[in-house]
Design a protein around this ligand. Structure first.
Ligand code: 13P
Ligand code: SF4
Length: 301
């Protein structure tokens, strides 16, 4: 019996499913029941009516969102250390401080925040729907956090005044992409299209042919007739892109763009998590109730 067989056996025995983010290790994506972006995974968790356990192979805030939206299910994060540093950049106290400074301004928080912060938001958003969510608000000024690059993207697309909270929240992996590197790659591959995530810097976004969430990048690649793509997001997505588009070529905009937190979920840890039912994500009821409202408001938009 291999480790993969053991995982499948335990999954069946415990009525569990494995959901994996687009940045997970190749072998983890290959054993998952579903691979997707941050919000697709949470939605998928709600659709899996028969599942009693959800192994959420991603980072803390994503598993937390799934637990908030599926209070009756046991949500497990295989590696307790898989924590998104961007989510740590906006503690709840800071959200409250900005709310005191701008008492009449709506607060839109990226799902890359911890549950306590989400509980203070008017509505959540993901990189896939941030423009739509902010556009739908009846307000010309919006407090938006924690990613100030995504805030810039939203400002460009909606024309609204976006106040980033904190001033400079960022993803340590996506700021590694440099405009100069992409320009050099464009010279080397003149017929390649450039697709990047909105967590990249404004200069990188400005020279891209497409800016979107991880799943939007997957859809863009599939639906455009281009054959070569320079990809400006975490390297793990290249596995899915190659698998779904074997006839196309993918050039990482920077090979060192690895999210070390995402990579903590290994097959061994997934097996241990299923076997021992660790590490269960628990969100206190009061916090979950308020955070659920912000997430559900987003889903309704
Ligand atoms: P997506 O919602 O696009 O999957 O992105 C989540 C994330 O953490 C990007 O770094
Ligand atoms: Fe967080 Fe960046 Fe990793 Fe996404 S890639 S989980 S934003 S650190």
């Amino acid at each position: 019996m291999t480790l993969i067989d053991d995982i499948h056996r335990l999954k069946k025995q415990k009525k569990a499913i494995i959901l994996a983010h687009n940045y997970q290790r190749a072998e983890v994506q290959d054993i998952a029941d579903y691979v997707g972006d941050s919000i697709q995974l949470s939605k998928r968790a709600t659709e899996e009516k028969d599942a009693e356990i959800i192994v959420f192979s991603a980072v803390d805030f994503m598993a937390e969102s799934a637990a908030i939206l599926n209070p009756e299910k046991k949500v497990l994060l295989p590696s307790v250390g898989a924590r998104c540093p961007m989510a740590q950049m906006l503690p709840v106290e800071e959200v409250r401080l900005w709310k005191r400074r701008y008492p009449k301004t709506p607060v839109v928080l990226y799902v890359n925040t911890l549950a306590e912060a989400k509980a203070e938001a008017d509505v959540c958003c993901t990189s896939a729907n941030a423009v739509k969510v902010v556009g739908a608000l009846d307000a010309e000024t919006v407090l938006f956090g924690p990613d100030h690059n995504l805030a810039w993207h939203v400002q460009q697309k909606t024309g609204k005044r976006i106040v980033p909270i904190p001033r400079k929240g960022f993803c340590p992996t996506h700021v590694l992409f440099l405009m100069e590197d992409i320009q050099l790659l464009k010279e080397e591959y003149p017929d390649a299209l450039v697709a990047v995530h909105p967590e990249c810097t404004p200069e990188v976004q400005s020279i891209a042919d497409f800016v979107g969430s991880t799943s939007q990048i997957c859809r863009y690649v599939k639906e455009t007739s281009g054959k070569k793509f320079i990809i400006g997001t975490e390297i793990g997505i290249i596995h899915r892109l190659k698998k779904e588009n074997p006839e196309k070529e993918f050039i990482p905009a920077y090979e060192g763009a690895v999210c070390p937190n995402m990579k903590l979920n290994t097959l061994e840890r997934i097996y241990a998590s299923l076997k021992e039912e660790t590490h269960q994500i628990r969100v206190p009821n009061q916090v979950a109730k308020k955070a659920r409202k912000s997430l559900e408001k987003m889903l309704a938009i």
